[in-house]
Design a protein around this ligand. Structure first.
Ligand code: NOJ
Length: 700
C-alpha cells in the first residue's frame, strides 16, 4: 500500500494533490452538483461531507440518493486523471435510522460491548446510504453541563473516556474497515473543546498542558491505539493557540508521541475561522498555519483549495508538507478499500435498517444507560397498577432522539407514555395527573428539548424550569406516589424537587426505544444499572464540578467538601456524584484481599447480591497519589467492572493496578511514575467506598 501511495503521489499534479485535501459539502438535490462533478473530474476534490451546514446536528437531513453519490464518485474514479476515489463523511453520532442513546448516556452504561455494538449497528445503517466515514466518536472530556455539547461526550472521566474511545473505534471500524458495513472513525474535537470557558461553545480553553495531557488526551491516545483512521481539529483556542493551528498538539503530540498515522480533518470552516481568532488576517496565512500545524484535510471552507498553491509559491508551505498530507489521506482511502470498491450498492433498506434486532439492541442500551437516582421503595411498580402519566415530555418523541439524530425519525420513537401503555396496559395508563384521583401513582416526565442541547447551545443556568417544578408539586399535592422521569441530554440542577419525589429515574435522551426502556425499568422488567458519567451539581454556581479535581486545603475526606464559604448559599456537595446509580437489589461487598507483585497490585473482593432481583453492578476502583511532584486529584478512577449477579449469588472480582495505571503526565507532557504511597479505594461510586487501603508502591 505504501508503495502504491508513493507511485500515485509521484504522478500527481499540485492541483490534484491539493484536491485530495479539499472537502466540500454536498446535500441531497445539490444545486452545486455539476460544479462538484467538474472538480471530481479534474481531481480537485478529495472528499464530501454530507451536510448542509456547520450545525448539522440540528438539521433534518434529506435522504441522499445513492445514485447521485455514485455518479459523483464515478466522475472521480473513471474520469479523473488518476482515478482516486472520494471519501464521503457524515455525522453519524449515536445512530443513523435506529437511534441509540446520546453518547453521554451511552457512557452511563460503563459497558464496552454495548457501546461497540451500537457503533457497529449505526455504521452498518449508514453504509447503506453511501457513507464511508463518520465524525465520531466525540471524546471531549467535559465538566460543564451548561455546554450544549456535553450530550455528545463521554463525561468527565479520562478512564471512562478511554473505554468509550476503544469501544467506538472497534464498533465503527471493526478489525478491518474495508469490510462491508464498516466506516472510518474520527476522534474529535482535538483538543480541549470540552473545556471551553463557562460552557460557551467555541470559547477559549484555559487548560494547561498538564491538565490537557492528564484529562483530555487519554481518550484520544486510546483511540489512536485502537487504530482510529482520522482525527478532527477543534474550534477552540488553547491558552491563545487555536487548536487548528496548534503544531504542538497536532504534530508533536498526536503524531510524535501517540504515533497517529491517519489524517486530521479540520472542523467545519475552522481554518477560515483562524481569522476570527485573530491569528491570521488572510486566507493564505490561515492555510499555511493549519497545514504546517498538521491539519491534512480542509472541511468545507475551500481555504486549502484556493490558497495552497500560492502559499507554496511564496514559500509559506513546502511540497513535502503537502505530500505528507496527501499520503495520510490516501492511506485511509486504501485501508477503507475505496480503491477496490468505490461505489455503494443501491439496496432497498427496508428490512435492513430499524430491524427487530437493532431496535432490541437500542432498547437494551437505553435501559442500561438509565440511572436510578432515588427510590424510597415505590419502584418497581406493579403491573396493572393504575398510573397517571403527565409532564411536558410525556408524549414527546423527537427530543428523545437527542441532538445529532442523523436519519432518525420521530415516528419511529416510542414515547414515554406509549412505553408505559405497552408495559402496563392501555386501560391502566391515564394520560394526565389530574386524573390521579383514579390512579395510584403519578409518573411525571420532565427534561429538556433536544433543540437546547448540542452544538452552539449554551444554557446560562441548568436549574429546572419553574413549570417543571410546578408539575411535580401539583402531582405531590394529590397525595399520590410521585415518580419523576427525566428525559434530558445534560445534567440538570433539580435539587428543589428531590424531596417531593418518591423515585427519580434519569432516562436521558435515550433514542428510539427510550420510552419503552424507561417503562420496563419502572415496572421491574429490567433492574436499573446505569451509573453517572458526570457529576450532577445542586445549582449552576457549582460548575465546573467533577469528582477528580486536584486536592486543596478544603478537601477533607472525600468528594467536595471544599469552599465552606459556599455554605452560606447552599450545600457544596454534588446533588449526585460521579459513578452513582441505584439498583432494585442490594449489593454487599466484602472479603477484601490484596496481593502485591513486582509489577502489579491486585485487590480481590466478593460482591453478594442480597436483594430480590438479579442485576448488574458496576464496581469501581479509585486511587489517590498521596504525595506527588504535582497536585494530583482527590481521587481518580483507575479500574471498573460491570458484573451480572443473580439474587442470592456471590461473585468474586479482581481489580489490577499496574505502573501505567499509577503514572501521570508531568507539566512537560512526559509520563512519569513516582513510587510512593497510594490510597486505593473500592467503591460503588466516587462517593461511596467500601474498602480503603494505603500502600507503598514501586513497580517495574
Ligand atoms: C461542526 C461540529 O463541531 C463537528 O462535530 C461536526 O462533525 C462538523 N460540524 C460537521 O458537521
Amino acid at each position: 500500500m505504501e508503495h502504491k501511495i508513493e507511485e500515485l503521489i509521484a504522478k500527481m499534479s499540485l492541483e490534484e494533490k491539493i484536491g485530495q485535501l479539499n472537502q466540500e459539502s454536498i446535500i441531497a438535490d445539490n444545486e452545486r452538483i455539476e460544479e462538484l462533478k467538474d472538480l471530481a473530474r479534474q481531481g480537485k476534490l478529495g472528499s464530501c461531507i454530507l451536510a448542509a451546514n456547520g450545525l448539522a446536528g440540528d438539521c433534518e437531513q434529506e435522504q441522499f440518493l445513492i445514485g447521485e453519490l455514485n455518479e459523483l464518485q464515478r466522475c472521480a474514479v473513471e474520469e479523473s486523471p488518476l482515478g482516486i476515489p472520494l471519501i464521503y463523511g457524515r455525522d453519524i453520532i449515536h445512530g443513523c435510522r435506529t437511534i441509540f442513546p446520546i453518547p453521554l448516556a451511552q457512557a452511563a452504561t460503563w459497558d464496552y460491548d454495548l457501546i461497540r455494538d451500537a457503533a457497529s449497528i449505526m455504521s452498518r445503517e449508514a453504509s447503506y446510504d453511501g457513507v464511508h466515514w463518520t465524525f465520531a466518536p466525540m471524546l471531549d472530556i467535559c465538566t460543564d453541563p451548561r455546554w450544549g455539547r456535553i450530550i455528545e461526550c463521554p463525561g468527565e472521566d479520562p478512564l471512562l473516556g478511554k473505554m468509550v474511545a476503544k469501544a467506538s473505534v472497534d464498533g465503527i471500524q471493526g478489525e478491518d474497515m474495508s469490510q462491508p458495513g464498516k466506516l472510518a472513525a474520527c476522534a474529535k474535537h482535538y483538543i480541549g473543546y470540552g473545556a471551553s470557558q463557562a460552557g460557551r461553545d467555541k470559547d477559549p480553553t484555559e487548560w494547561s498542558d498538564y491538565t490537557m495531557h492528564n484529562r483530555a488526551l487519554p481518550a484520544f491516545e486510546e483511540a489512536v491505539d485502537a487504530g482510529i483512521a482520522t482525527v478532527m481539529s477543534a474550534f477552540n483556542d488553547i491558552s491563545g493557540q487555536p487548536a487548528t493551528a496548534n503544531k504542538y498538539y497536532l504534530t508533536d503530540v498526536l503524531r510524535g508521541k501517540l504515533g497517529f498515522d491517519g489524517y486530521v480533518v479540520s472542523d467545519w470552516a475552522a481554518i477560515e475561522r483562524l481569522n476570527c481568532q485573530g491569528v491570521s488576517d488572510n486566507d493564505l496565512l490561515s492555510a499555511a498555519l493549519a497545514i504546517n500545524a498538521g491539519v491534512d484535510m480542509d472541511m468545507f471552507d475551500g481555504i486549502y483549495k484556493n490558497n495552497l498553491e500560492q502559499a507554496l509559491i511564496q514559500g509559506a508551505v513546502n511540497m513535502e508538507t503537502i505530500d505528507e498530507a496527501v499520503r495520510r489521506i490516501l492511506r485511509i482511502k486504501f485501508r477503507l478499500g475505496l480503491f477496490d470498491r468505490p461505489y455503494t450498492e443501491d439496496v432497498n433498506t427496508t428490512g435492513r435498517v430499524l430491524t427487530k434486532e437493532y431496535l432490541q439492541k437500542a432498547k437494551e442500551m437505553s435501559a442500561h444507560s438509565m440511572v436510578l437516582l432515588k427510590n424510597n421503595g415505590v419502584l418497581p411498580l406493579k403491573k396493572g397498577e393504575k398510573v397517571a402519566v403527565s409532564g411536558p415530555y410525556a408524549e414527546e418523541k423527537e427530543s428523545l432522539m437527542g441532538s445529532w439524530h442523523a436519519s432518525g425519525e420521530a415516528k419511529d420513537v416510542v414515547s414515554f407514555f406509549e412505553g408505559v401503555q405497552q408495559v402496563n396496559g392501555i386501560e391502566n395508563t391515564l394520560s394526565d395527573c389530574n386524573l390521579a384521583e383514579q390512579s395510584d401513582v403519578c409518573l411525571v416526565a420532565l427534561g429538556e428539548d433536544w433543540m437546547i442541547t448540542g452544538e452552539g447551545k449554551t444554557m446560562p443556568n441548568i436549574e429546572l424550569p419553574e413549570e417543571q417544578v410546578a408539575a411535580i408539586q401539583q402531582a405531590k399535592k394529590l397525595g399520590k406516589k410521585v415518580v419523576a422521569v427525566f428525559l434530558a441530554g445534560r445534567p440538570l440542577a433539580f435539587g428543589d424537587i428531590v424531596e417531593e419525589c418518591d423515585a427519580i429515574l434519569w432516562a436521558w435522551h435515550g433514542g428510539t426505544m427510550c420510552g419503552l426502556a424507561a417503562a420496563e425499568i419502572l415496572f421491574g422488567d429490567f433492574n436499573p444499572c446505569g451509573k453517572l458519567p458526570v457529576t450532577f451539581p445542586r445549582y449552576t454556581g457549582q460548575i465546573p464540578i467533577h469528582y477528580n479535581h486536584n486536592r486543596n486545603e478544603y478537601v477533607l475526606s472525600g468528594y467536595y467538601e471544599h469552599h465552606p464559604y459556599v455554605s452560606t448559599v447552599g450545600d457544596s456537595t454534588p446533588l449526585y456524584a460521579f459513578g452513582e446509580g441505584l439498583s432494585y437489589t442490594e449489593f454487599v461487598y466484602d472479603n477484601f484481599r490484596c496481593n502485591k507483585t513486582d509489577t502489579a497490585f491486585e485487590i480481590t473482593f466478593d460482591i453478594h447480591n442480597k436483594g430480590k432481583f438479579d442485576g448488574f453492578e458496576i464496581a469501581q476502583c479509585y486511587i489517590q497519589d498521596v504525595v506527588a511532584s504535582m497536585a494530583r486529584p482527590i481521587k481518580e478512577l483507575k479500574a471498573f467492572q460491570k458484573i451480572y449477579i443473580k439474587q442470592g449469588e456471590t461473585k468474586t472480582v479482581t481489580m489490577r493496578l499496574t505502573r501505567e495505571d499509577l503514572s501521570f503526565y508531568d507539566g512537560r507532557g512526559n509520563k512519569v511514575f513516582e513510587p510512593g504511597d497510594f490510597k486505593l479505594e473500592i467503591g460503588t461510586s466516587s462517593r461511596h467506598s467500601c474498602f480503603t487501603i494505603t500502600e507503598y508502591l514501586d513497580f517495574r
